[in-house]
Design a binder for this molecule. Sequence first.
Ligand code: URA
Length: 453
Amino acid sequence: MDAIQIIKKKREGSELSSAEIQYLIEGYTAGRIPDYQMAAFLMAAQLRGMALNETITLTQCMLNSGRILDFSAISTPVVDKHSTGGVGDKISLVLTPIVGACGVRVPMISGRALGHTGGTLDKLESIPGFRTNLQIHDIYRQIRGLGVAMIGATKEIAPADRQLYALRDVTASVDFIPFITASILSKKLAEGIDGLVLDVKLGRGAFMRKNEEARELAETLVNVGEHFGMSTIAWLTNMNIPLGRAIGNWLEVEESINCLRGEGPEDVLELSLKLSGEMIALADLAGSPEEGEEMAQTVVQSGHALNFLAKIVEAQGGDPAVIHDPALRMRTLEPQTVTVPLDISGYVSDVDAFTLAEIGNSLGVGRLVIDDKIDPEAGIVLHLRPGERATPGQPLASFYTRKTDQPEQVAHSIFDAFTFSKKPVDKPNILIDRLTFEGWASNSREHNLISQS
Ligand code: URA
């Protein structure tokens, strides 16, 4: 077997055998297959497609590339949540302390910024001192003690995803259902969890922009997850507009802290509580997702969830004081503000998540090439979101960057991402549909996201 023959076979549209996929993944992880051959395979597979069996094998091989954690000694089911990637998606930062405060055990392995989407690891690392590269014995200790750990794929856990993730990010091979499925599920299965809640994003700011594609991704994830014996539930959610108001690593941590204080933004809190309810129920700590959601609400109101975030930060080497007082984190960038022009008066009717993500990346929020350094302070804050009133001269958005000497151009691009209407506009819905192994809740594949926003 050799890599060139396998790439050729995929380029010609044939289905690969398990042995061929295994050869590629093992060879790549061991350093025998170089980036350029793997990149050629990624592109051939994306253009020619992969069958469900190939996706399952790819997931299995990526899972086998490292160790699998074992939490069988814990009496309640160990569960986690994962998002397929969005803009301003800080749900993990809000939800993990909520479910942790409710007693759920969560060994969360997250990713970095990928394509135009943000990554939980980059957000966590904007907290001074926070370490995401825990040793395996530290992960076990933290799960046994605190109950929650927030870490990245390492040389030991899902190393194939760690390498492939970085390569996909810079070779335009992210938005492909088999790769997304294998990437997410290899990490999650490596956690040794019993249940998984998936947040499958649909819309301009997601990898899946079309209703049918996002539903297919959700179905593939649920099918493959259940194939490996993990209870898997997916929520299809709106990613046409950014989640919340903040896009950018530290800005999103600050917004998550506000959310845990019960101060919103509404959509971030609504989605966090919904997915928390699902996790609490999967962990057998509530009789239903609705009961789980009530428990989640209670720990936000009581302040337990915010305190729990400080405990996670402290356990992983970060400064818990900044969670209680975010102003303690040194800020070296001043906001630059975009205002509503004098000839516009009415309501914001739409904000394009993808455009803002791309602007954010150019400001330093994400990576354009593999070695780019992320600027934890860079980003955009939306002062107005769809449904909110816009009056002339009012602040529309602020941006933070050290990467441009043409702030007027950035301001223009941000303004262009907004659409206005003279008439009042409804706030967009965040929750679209729920999928379990039994099928979709609404039983409708016709659901059109665009009509809701
Ligand atoms: N999240 C992941 O972990 N992997 C992907 O490929 C996309 C989103």
